[in-house]
Design a protein. Structure first.
Length: 324
């Protein structure tokens, strides 16, 4: 492989930055909806909510954000625990039935969520059959599959999440480590047609406007020194405005890529370096691999610039991949 001192140093930085990402799997079970237990006077609290599953999964450094409306004296759905009950002479009103996934088959939603929570690229890809073609749900899961494959290619496979049924949908929680609380994301408002999932909300927001998943014949490419880079997916979180881009690489000869040193030039010409990257960096002759890049504050429409070297740095690699 390439013996570049500079790229070896970069690899050390990447390894340090992503050490915590490969541990702490919590399983992928989807428990049945919980029934009512004994009433407690202590306030309940929900695990901290991640700003966005894509950005948080890639960087591993984002601090979890508390779920909106959850605090002392408030239960996970935002109702005051100390709210007065009905007068003694009046019967208590019957509880309203908990809303569930809307307009989408329950079985398809469950299978979709199980696939998403697994963290395994192959199992996640299998969940695509439960999402309608060209739908937001399909594109969102396709991006998560590409991100999981990039992590696996970089030797840092994604941890599984624990999926729990809620009144509105599901909550997926992934352990961040022995010294930190789980990071959780809410998935609800599932919609669809013909028994398949078509739409959803992630942490209360529609992910559709931030998704870019071109079809196989629409993907942009860049080539340099026998290395080809292809844009696979991009997703800009509505919560934290972070852009995550996944790229596929193919090389004719052995090559090393400086993933963490990649830069992004916005449509207006502003340049910034990626804050985190993961994926296949050392590529053997004829190899294929994926990589993912985190760009806080960026938006689609710019160009991702990835550099590298062929074996023994006989040639430099300079790839400029249009994003959007």
């Amino acid at each position: 492989m390439v013996s570049s001192t500079r790229l070896a140093a970069v690899a050390a930085v990447i390894a340090l930055g992503f050490t915590a990402l490969g541990c702490g799997a919590t399983g992928d079970r989807v428990p049945a909806p919980t029934g009512g237990g004994q009433e407690s006077s202590a306030p309940t609290a929900r695990p901290p909510q991640a700003p966005d599953p894509s950005a948080e999964t890639l960087s591993g450094e984002a601090e979890p954000h508390p779920a909106p409306g959850v605090g002392p004296g408030v239960d996970p759905v935002g109702e005051p625990l100390s709210a007065p009950g009905p007068a003694a002479e009046e019967p208590a009103p019957a509880p309203a039935p908990a809303p569930g996934p809307r307009d989408a088959a329950e079985g398809a939603v469950t299978a979709y969520v199980e696939a998403l929570a697994s963290g395994d690229p192959a199992r996640m890809a299998g969940g695509l059959e439960h999402a309608a073609e060209d739908s937001v749900a399909h594109d969102y899961l396709a991006h998560q599959v590409s991100l999981a494959r990039a992590r696996a290619d970089g030797g840092l496979p994604a941890a599984a999440s624990e999926a729990e049924r809620t009144a509105d949908g599901y909550e997926l929680c992934r352990s961040k480590g022995r010294r930190s609380e789980p990071a959780c994301s809410a998935y609800d408002a599932f919609t669809g047609a013909d028994g398949l999932v078509g739409g959803l909300r992630v942490n209360g927001a529609d992910p559709g406007p931030g998704l870019l998943v071109p079809g196989p014949g629409e993907r942009t490419e860049a080539g340099s020194a026998g290395v080809t880079a292809t844009l696979l997916t991009a997703y800009r979180s509505a919560a934290d405005k972070a852009l995550v881009v996944t790229v596929g690489f193919e090389t004719r000869d052995s090559a090393d890529l400086d993933l963490h040193g990649a830069e992004y030039r916005s449509r207006s010409g502003r340049e910034s370096r990626v804050s985190a990257a993961v994926g296949g960096r050392e590529l053997d002759r004829g190899a294929r691999a994926r990589a993912a890049f985190l760009l806080p504050g960026a938006a689609p429409g710019g160009t991702l610039h990835v550099r590298g070297c062929l074996e023994e740095c006989s040639s430099l690699v300079s790839l400029e991949v249009p994003v959007g």
